[in-house]
Design a protein around this ligand. Sequence first.
Ligand code: NAD
Ligand code: ZN
Length: 364
Amino acid sequence: MAETVHVPVGGHPYDIVIGEGLIDRLGALVRPHLARAKTVIVSDATVADLYMERAVNSLEKAGIACGHIILPPGEASKSFAQLEQLTDTLLDHKVERRDCIVALGGGVIGDLAGFASSIVLRGMGFIQVPTTLLAQVDSSVGGKTGINTRHGKNLIGSFHQPRLVVSDLAVLDTLPSRELQAGFAEVVKYGLIGDPAFFAWLEQNAGPVLGGDRAAQRHAVAVSCRAKARIVAEDERENGRRALLNLGHTFGHALEAALGYDGRLLHGEAVAVGCVMASSLAARLGLAHHDECIRVERLFAAAGMKTRAHQLADTLSAGDLLAHMAQDKKVENDRLVLISGPIGDARILRGVETDIVAAVLEDS
Ligand code: NAD
Ligand code: ZN
């Protein structure tokens, strides 16, 4: 059974369809969104090996002609060089402005193909078929697209909403467990920033969600998408509330920057430790109870994740992390997102004293 989440953004509302085996129904799902029966699927080599044939078969069965473009997997593909190659290849395929590009893959493919579709011919349609848990609950919702530059991640991009998102839960079966856990960290975040009942549900259901129980996965993905959709609809361009989605990310980005973006640390793994740090900071400021910090840490640990910086690497120093945070905070307008007690009630604080942040980092 599939579930649909509606994303009521600005002028371009769209649906997210969540269910099992949807890759094989892609043609029927996509057809109503195409102006003509032609599309180009963009994917990475790993995902293409697993799912491209089924996606193409389903589209062709629905009478849709489709080309496909396969890029190398990994964050390095979110570059100007790959963007140029992709936009040129799309033009080789003789795409028209009314056509839709289908992004089949994780957040890397969604961000890159989404950005390409926002600039080729001054903007074409695109459809997301996210294949990682992180992409299903986070990157495919909200319309942020982009690439990285030497100045940092995601600094070049656009807001470009998809016409449709198709999340097939069955594809999560082939995802490496570390990637699944990393996506789970973002799921937990939605509980922490506004939904204590969902957090409590996750405490009971982390095992089923990570173990492939479809009903549990559908619930986790749908609640997460609904939460993100609500926040994005309120604040499409990230002027206010959307910053809540960065819970744990100020700390997390510092961990990622300190350890280097070479795959040693996945983004979600950094976010998990970052959320634990954020809750511990909230406790130090008297905004959260110690018990709540324990619940946060216990949930990530139950998901098999590391919860402390020293577990990630023994080379991390509080000083280094602070320096990286200072840089990130500039980008983020000096915002720090904290958990305040009780769970589910996150708030945005500015200008927290460095000594207190340093103490949290020392402790982790
Ligand atoms: P990813 O796209 O690199 O995918 C992770 C790995 O899993 C890749 O090696 C991929 O080939 C493989 N993979 C994907 N689906 C698979 C499947 N079903 N089975 C087996 N292997 C599979 O990474 P990600 O974690 O999905 O996304 C991370 C990216 O998302 C980052 O670039 C980040 O900046 C971006 N992001 C964007 C937003 C946004 O709002 N646009 C939000 C969060 C993250
Ligand atoms: Zn994130």
